[in-house]
Design a binder for this molecule. Sequence first.
Ligand code: SF4
Ligand code: SF4
Length: 120
Amino acid sequence: MAQDKALGLLINYEFCTGCHSCETSCQMEHDLPYDRWGIKIQKIGPWQIAEDKYQYDFVPVPTDQCNLCAERTEKGKLPLCVQHCQGACMQYGPVDELVANFNGKTRFAIFVPNAGTVKA
Ligand code: SF4
Ligand code: SF4
């Protein structure tokens, strides 16, 4: 019997450059004001990693405004943040497939909003 599978975003934040394209494309797609986000980049650091070297981490965090771009994905399109990710570090799909297909060699996070399921 078909079951509902949770849909989500996998974010491989090891490769996030902090470019903010995901934030901006989400705001435009969902007509959000400048101070509301479906996804927000958190800039962490800097901390020193060598005598003259410092490091930042950029961690994209989806918010409760995110509906996984339901209007787009119902038509077979990717969520707009995934389509425009400059670091190619975002994936969309059934959560179990995202995890199974990920090589696990870098840091990642899975985001699962209430919105999305698919029959499987
Ligand atoms: S999936 Fe859609 S709604 Fe969610 S953060 Fe990405 S662009 Fe925004
Ligand atoms: S678009 Fe991709 S690389 Fe750019 S900030 Fe968002 S998650 Fe990071």
